[in-house]
Design a protein around this ligand. Sequence first.
Ligand code: FE2
Ligand code: FE2
Length: 247
Amino acid sequence: MKMYNSPSEVTGEYRDMLLRLMTRQFYAETATAEVFGRSIGCAPTLREKLMAAEFAEEEAEHSGRLCRIYEDLGVDPEVVFQGRPAAAKFWDLDLDNWIHIAVFNFTVDRAGSHQIMEYRDSSYRPWAEQMDAVLEDEEGHYGNGVENLREFAANKAQFKEFQEVYYKMLPVTIKRAFGRPTGADNDYCVKVGLKGHTTEQVVNRYLEEMVGFMKECGLKFPPLAAFDAIGAEILPSTREILLSNQA
Ligand SMILES: [Fe+2]
Ligand SMILES: [Fe+2]
């Protein structure tokens, strides 16, 4: 596998694809910074408020790392940022609703982490080298996501609401955070080592991790119809995981 150690080495199709993957991550990092920042307002306890503030700061720091990589590549991150859709609209999210935030942390933020696990070993080394520290923070975010899930599971009425929001947000996450599971772009990324695994493999790893915590708490996957309804493409191997934990 050819490795790229400096910005001057990347050109053409490789550079275009690198920038596309970085942009997907940059959109996610800047959006999660805003979502966590906003959630300071609706978090129910002091402990949760302080944690939301800490997570917002960490997501901003992740965004800053990408800004520096963009600048080294001669790209203005401010221009990239201006192309980002509004977080609430993109994720179908109510930013003032604590249950929405808790589901977001458990689903959307973790989907981003599973992509970053791929980038950690990317053939573009200046990017890959920045990702270990990012993933360390993300472990903390998911730990809190799981903790929140357990808390909601202990309250029947709230858990019902959590499940409803999750039924909407997981299909959106599969469709928007991961994109199409097959295609020439996917194959190209794996071939040149920008990613180590196919999107199908990454989605399945994400869901398999999630299902362990779900079973512990009695949370079910949305019915397959919910994925079809918004046009989220689900491959047979993924379908099998979703079918393994249905209401
Ligand atoms: Fe992040
Ligand atoms: Fe995060």
